[in-house]
Design a protein around this ligand. Structure first.
Ligand code: SAH
Length: 377
């Protein structure tokens, strides 16, 4: 019999009751409760961004990030022959900062302002309001959608899809290599302490689609593989859409370029790491993104992808250093220091430059733009 301590939050009590009724739940189910519970979920009830929030993302570090992504989008649009209509889709737009900086950067590109419709994929009502406010000044039509697949496809209208720190928030399952086979890591309630804890499920057959055969062949006891079915599903939907209408996609997230073993589930609250099961709904939960799995999925769907780049390489390629110099020409000394610090944070190897990766994909009939180096200057 599970008792519910008075100190448990309503969401923690709810999760414990769920486990008491039906047994241990998958990590994916735990993440879904913690992040997306309609009333108490982390992304449903608060604005987690910025210096006062739980974490800071690249668009919140500097305007340069969104500006350069806007320029990548504009170049991709031009490469497609500047079509008269284009859907600019952003997955998980947070406060709308990236989109606002992107729109400001591209508004002088002739014709693009009339072509653009912005489509936000966002589940949080609080953040939808922020996004609306952020882009209001540009007068570009915008719509909001619960999921990527809810966005209507318009005949002859290509899409440009961007997502920064979107995939890392999607629920993962973990599989642990045991003596003979693989068992799912589950979340249960410890009979003695009454607290949530990890338990091993029964060993289950695992397919190549779940864990690539070449990786499985190298597995040792205790190795953990993370699988993110929703990310795979969305990458597949995006690839199919880009094949149908033409267009490109740009995903930036922290993660690994090749599928690998490791437990990367983590909780952040107030810029500090927290035990992952301790405060569902009150801490952000993320896992590293398996970029190889996203790329494989898009290729299997018939789309094309480039190599997985580091954020540092990608932003340098787009001309972030020249952009920083240009910003500094009209800045005072304090602002110059702030620009240098932001630049270092975004591109240096010991900051976000290496841990964060970039994957670019294109529809099968879309020609990728040539190297866009220098465009920002
Ligand atoms: N891109 C922003 C925010 C990243 S945080 C930035 O870089 O600052 C993750 C974002 O994804 C938030 O906007 C969150 O509300 C949204 N989100 C999380 N899970 C989602 C889901 N399943 N569907 C749509 N949006 C989701």
């Amino acid at each position: 019999m599970t008792t519910t301590p008075e100190t448990d939050s309503p969401l923690l009590a709810h999760i414990k009751r769920r486990i008491a009724v039906s047994g241990p739940i998958s990590i994916a189910d735990f993440m879904t409760e913690a992040l997306a519970h309609p009333e108490h979920g982390y992304y449903r009830k608060q604005d987690p961004f910025g210096r006062a929030g739980d974490f800071i993302t690249a668009p919140e570090v500097s305007q340069m990030f969104g500006e350069l992504i806007g320029l990548w989008a504009a170049v991709t649009w031009q490469q497609m022959g500047s079509p008269p209509k284009i859907d600019l889709i952003e997955l998980g737009p947070g406060r709308g900062t990236l989109m606002s900086d992107a729109l400001r950067a591209v508004r002088n590109v002739p014709g693009i302002g009339d072509a653009l419709t912005v489509r936000f994929v966002e589940t949080s009502p609080v953040l939808r309001t922020h996004q609306q406010t952020s882009i209001m000044a540009y007068g570009i039509p915008a719509t909001w959608h619960e999921a990527f697949d809810d966005i209507p496809t318009r005949s002859g209208v290509p899409a440009i899809v961007i997502g920064n720190e979107f995939f890392d928030a999607l629920p993962i399952r973990q599989f642990e290599r045991g003596e003979k086979g693989w068992a799912e890591r589950l979340v249960g309630v410890d009979a003695n302490s009454g607290e949530l804890g990890f338990v091993r499920g029964r060993e289950t057959p695992v397919t190549d689609a779940l864990i690539p055969a070449t990786l499985r062949a190298t597995a040792k006891k205790g190795d953990i593989f993370e699988s993110c079915a929703p990310a795979i599903a969305i990458a597949d939907q995006i690839a199919r859409r880009l094949n149908e209408t033409g267009g490109g996609a740009l995903f930036i997230d922290y993660g690994h370029p090749g599928s690998a073993f490791g437990d990367t589930l983590q909780a952040l609250k107030g810029h500090q790491y927290h035990p992952v099961l301790s405060e569902p709904g009150d801490a952000d939960l993320t896992a590293h993104v398996d970029f190889a799995a996203l790329s494989r999925t898009m290729i299997e769907a018939g789309a094309r992808t480039g190599a997985v780049l580091t954020q540092g390489t990608f932003l340098r390629m787009l001309g972030i250093e020249q952009r920083a110099e240009l910003l500094k020409t009209s800045a005072d000394d304090d602002q110059k220091t702030a620009i240098d610090q932001a630049l270092s944070r975004l591109i240096d190897a010991d900051q976000m430059g290496t841990l964060f990766k970039v994957l670019i994909g294109y529809g099968r009939d879309t020609t990728p733009p040539p190297c866009v180096s220098g465009v920002a200057g």
